[in-house]
Ligand binder design. Structure first.
Ligand code: SF4
Length: 490
C-alpha cells in the first residue's frame, strides 16, 4: 500500500467535504464510545486489569527474545513451522514460497492488519493467487479496491446502499432483481458467496491477536467466525503476526482478553475467541495438514530499543481512534497508511519513517482521551509530542511552516516579557472583538483562517485571561474578607 501520510492535510480536507463519510463517522461516537463506556462501568476491576495487562506486556517486551524462542519451540513440537521475517518483503516471499510448495492457488484470509502492513494481497494477486478476504468489512473494501479505514471495523466509512451497489456489480451470478435493502439480506448474500470460497480454499491466512509462548497457540478474536473457517477448512494454515503479539501464558492471555473486547466494541468478550495450536493431529475432526507461522519484525526491534517502546503494548482494540476528535472528523483514510488514529500517528512514523509521516503527530488536539481509554495505558500524547520534536529537529516536510515557527518564537519572546505580553493580549482581544462587532463572527482575522474555515471561534468575553483572573482573585479576597468580618452563617 502506497503511503499518503505526507498528504494528511489534503486527505483530511477531502474527508471533511465528503458528506457521506461525515454521516458514516457519526456512528463512531454513537456506537463504539457509548458501548465501551457501558462495558467499562459494568466491570469495577477494569482499571486493576489495565495495570495487570500493562505489567504483562512490559515484562514480555523486556524479555521478548526468550518468549519468542519458547513460542517457536512449542509450535515446532506441535508439528508446525515458524518463519522469521525481518521485513515485509521477506514475509511476502516466505508466504509465496509456502503457497507454491503446497500447490495452493485459492487463498482465503481472515482480517489481519499485519498483512495490510506487508501489502500481502498486492504481492499475491499479480502472481496468480486468487485471494478472498473473509471478514465482512475486509471483503467489502476488497470489492471496492480500498484499504481499511478502521483497525476493527475496516468498512466503517460505507453505508448499506453502497454495499448493495457493490454486490450487484460483483455478484453477477445472482438474480439481478433480488432485494438488498436490509442489512440482513446483505449479510446473507456475503455469507453465501464466502461459503463457497471457504470450501474451495487451498490455504487460509489469518492474523493473530496473541501468540501464547506457553502453548505455542495463535489466538484470534472475531465476531463472524470467518477466522475459524479460514484456518480449519483449508489444507494449509498460515498465521502472520508481528513479534510483539507474544504473551507468556494462557492466564495472561485471558487477562488481556477481558480488556480487549470491552475496549473495542463494548462486548464482554467477542463471539469467537479461537486458539489454533498446530496442524491436525491423528483423530482430530478438522484442521489443516500444514501449519506455518510467519513472524514479522519490520522495524519492531528498533522500536523496542527506542523511546517509542510503549506502543508495542498495543492490542489493536481501536479505542484510541474511536475517542479521538481528529479521527471522528476525518476518518481513517486521511491518515494515508494502514494504521489510523492516535495509534497510527505514533506507529506509522516508526514503520515508514518520520519524513514520510511528519503530519500525523500533528493530527492531535492533545486532549488526552486516547491515553485515558487505552487499555494498555500507552502514553499516546507523550509519544506524539516526541515525534513532533523529532520531525521538528529533522525539519521534515509537513511540520510547522516557517510562519508558525516565527509566531511561536515571537510568543516565546513575549512570554518572557510580561508587560509586553499583556499589552499584546489586550490588543488581540480588541481586534477579535472588532471582527465580531463588524461581521458577527471571526472570519478573515489574521492567523485564524485554518480554524474558522470550518467552525466559529466564540467572541472573547470580558477581556484577557489575565485580566479576568486578576478580577477573580480580587473578588475572592473581597468575599473572604467579608466572610471573616461577618462570620459564617449570617
Ligand atoms: S493504542 Fe491503546 S487504545 Fe489504541 S488501539 Fe492500541 S491498545 Fe487500543
Amino acid at each position: 500500500m502506497r503511503a499518503t501520510s505526507q498528504a494528511f492535510l489534503e486527505n483530511a480536507e477531502r474527508a471533511l467535504g465528503d458528506v457521506q463519510l461525515q454521516r458514516a463517522l457519526e456512528n463512531v461516537p454513537r456506537g463504539f464510545v457509548t458501548k465501551r463506556a457501558a462495558a467499562r462501568a459494568r466491570l469495577p476491576e477494569f482499571d486493576a486489569l489495565r495495570d495487570e495487562a500493562r505489567a504483562i506486556k512490559d515484562h514480555v517486551l523486556a524479555n521478548l527474545d526468550l518468549y519468542l524462542e519458547e513460542y517457536e519451540r512449542k509450535v515446532v513440537e506441535a508439528g508446525g513451522h515458524v518463519h522469521w521475517a525481518a521485513s515485509s518483503a521477506e514475509a511476502r516471499a516466505i508466504i509465496v514460497d509456502i503457497l507454491n510448495a503446497a500447490g495452493a492457488r485459492r487463498v482465503t484470509k481472515g482480517k489481519s492488519m499485519v498483512s495490510e502492513e506487508m501489502a500481502l494481497n498486492e504481492a499475491l494477486v499479480p502472481q496468480g493467487f486468487e485471494v478472498t478476504e473473509t471478514d465482512l468489512g475486509e471483503y467489502l473494501i476488497q470489492l471496492r479496491g480500498e484499504t481499511p479505514s478502521h483497525i476493527i471495523a475496516p468498512a466503517v466509512h460505507l453505508n448499506k446502499e453502497q454495499v448493495a451497489t457493490d454486490f450487484r456489480r460483483h455478484h453477477r451470478a445472482l438474480p439481478a432483481g433480488r432485494p438488498l435493502h436490509e442489512p440482513s439480506a446483505l449479510v446473507a448474500e456475503a455469507r453465501q458467496v464466502l461459503r463457497e470460497k471457504f470450501l474451495a480454499a487451498d490455504a487460509g491466512i489469518t492474523g493473530a491477536n496473541f501468540l501464547v509462548a506457553e502453548t505455542g497457540s495463535a489466538v484470534i478474536v472475531t465476531n463472524e467466525g470467518n477466522g475459524d473457517l479460514t484456518q480449519t477448512l483449508a489444507r494449509v494454515h498460515i498465521v502472520v503476526a508481528s513479534l510483539e503479539k507474544i504473551v507468556p501464558t494462557l492466564e495472561d492471555t485471558t487477562t488481556i482478553l477481558r480488556l480487549l473486547a470491552r475496549s473495542a466494541t463494548g462486548q464482554e468478550c467477542a463471539t469467537y475467541t479461537t486458539f489454533s495450536c498446530g496442524p491436525r493431529r491423528p483423530g482430530d475432526v478438522d484442521g489443516p495438514e500444514e501449519y506455518h507461522v510467519v513472524l514479522l519484525d519490520n522495524g519492531r526491534s528498533e522500536l523496542l530499543a527506542s523511546d517509542f517502546r510503549p506502543i508495542l503494548r498495543c492490542i489493536r482494540c481501536g479505542a484510541c481512534m474511536n475517542h479521538c476528535p481528529v479521527y471522528q472528523a476525518v476518518g481513517g483514510h486521511a491518515y494515508g497508511w494502514v494504521y489510523p488514529g492516535p495509534v497510527g500517528a505514533v506507529l506509522t512514523p516508526a514503520l515508514i519513517g518520520i519524513a514520510e509521516a511528519a503530519p500525523l503527530p500533528e493530527a492531535s488536539t492533545f486532549c488526552g482521551r486516547c491515553e485515558e481509554v487505552c487499555p494498555m495505558q500507552i502514553p499516546l500524547p507523550g509519544l506524539l509530542r516526541k515525534w513532533r520534536m523529532r520531525a521538528h529537529e529533522a525539519q521534515a516536510p509537513g511540520t510547522t511552516p516557517w510562519q508558525g515557527r516565527l509566531a511561536l518564537r515571537a510568543w516565546g519572546w513575549l512570554a518572557r516579557h510580561p508587560r509586553l505580553y499583556q499589552l499584546a493580549a489586550r490588543l488581540g482581544v480588541g481586534i477579535a472583538r472588532g471582527f465580531w462587532a463588524r461581521y458577527g463572527r471571526l472570519v478573515g482575522a489574521p492567523f485564524t483562517s485554518a480554524w474558522t474555515r470550518y467552525r466559529d471561534l466564540p467572541a472573547p468575553e470580558g477581556g484577557t485571561f489575565q485580566a479576568r483572573w486578576r478580577r477573580h482573585q480580587r473578588h475572592r479576597q473581597l468575599s473572604s474578607a467579608q466572610w471573616r468580618h461577618k462570620g459564617p452563617g449570617q
